[in-house]
Design a protein around this ligand. Structure first.
Ligand code: SF4
Length: 285
């Protein structure tokens, strides 16, 4: 896509249509590049960096020499083996909106809409505000999937334009939060309380990583913490795949060799703890 000079653009790395996992109904999920956290289990490490990246996969390379050893955006399209991959694109509000609008009929019949995810969409708040406004003007339901690590001013800018927050929680214990996400949870919990006090519609999302976030201690602390928060439901997200290969291609240190899957019985046990606390609890989503 050609973009006019000086036009406001966002950097995204994927647009997923017909998604059933990022909020109610049929949705289009737009993945923003850039994230302030570094959760070691993240299966979208291509979202970490806000800039457009180029990766090279040695295993796919057939050594045809078409690229003459230059592996960048200019040679990626000519590589016959798809060994050179460009991650991310700059997109204007208008172009992104035309993608979102394509499925308006499905949103209307399923009570769905658009979800801005990532990465952390609030890191590109100026662009986010513009695309949210456009969706609002056209009566498209909007959700923002956030890790919560943003300033209050940013939330204030977008709150009136967001129908639903998908708010990620990992740990209540700050030391564990720092250890596994690279960042303190102080602001994250503060922002959650602030949104809760404003009675904004929130779905909490808790990733269940065996031995890391699914421990008795963490689950108990999360349940107790949420008793003080106004939210509509909690989604328990069980992770199945760990994108080790993506980390290698991006040159990011692999901290988890592989991700174990939480057992069905443990998942049910955890669900029951949230249900017993009176929370609407959904596995997946
Ligand atoms: S064009 Fe692609 S397949 Fe050919 S040498 Fe370059 S990276 Fe390898």
């Amino acid at each position: 896509m050609t973009i006019e000079k000086n036009k406001l653009t966002g950097t995204i790395f994927n647009i997923q249509r017909f998604s059933l996992h990022d909020g109610p109904g049929i949705r289009t999920t737009v993945f923003f590049k850039g994230c302030p956290l570094r959760c070691i289990w993240c299966h979208n490490p291509e979202s970490f960096d806000k800039s457009i990246q180029v990766t090279f996969d040695q295993e796919k390379c057939i050594e045809c020499d078409i690229c003459k050893g230059v592996r960048d955006i200019s040679t990626s399209e000519r590589c016959p083996a798809n060994a050179i991959e460009v991650i991310g694109e700059e997109i204007s509000v208008e172009d992104l909106y035309s993608e979102i609008e394509k499925d308006k009929g499905y949103y209307e019949t399923s009570n769905g809409g658009v979800t801005f995810s990532g990465g952390e969409p609030l890191m590109q708040s100026e662009f986010l505000v513009k695309i949210l406004k456009k969706c609002n003007e056209n009566n498209i339901h909007t959700a923002v999937d956030t890790c919560g690590q943003a300033s209050k001013e940013v939330f204030e800018k977008v709150n009136d334009l967001v129908d639903l927050y998908l708010y990620d929680m990992k740990f209540i214990d700050n030391d564990l939060h720092e250890k596994y996400t690279g960042s303190s949870n102080e602001k994250i919990l503060e922002n959650l309380k602030y949104l809760s006090d404003k009675n904004i519609r929130i779905f909490i999302r808790l990733p269940l990583i065996p031995g890391i976030t699914d421990t008795e201690k963490n689950i108990t602390e999360v349940v107790e913490y949420l008793k003080r928060i106004n939210f509509e439901q909690i989604n328990l997200l069980s992770y199945h795949g760990y994108a080790k290969n993506k980390y290698i291609k991006l040159g990011i240190n692999v901290e988890l060799d592989q991700l174990e899957t939480i057992s069905e019985s443990r998942l049910e046990e955890i669900k029951n703890k949230f249900v017993s606390a009176g929370f609407k609890t959904v596995i997946g989503g």
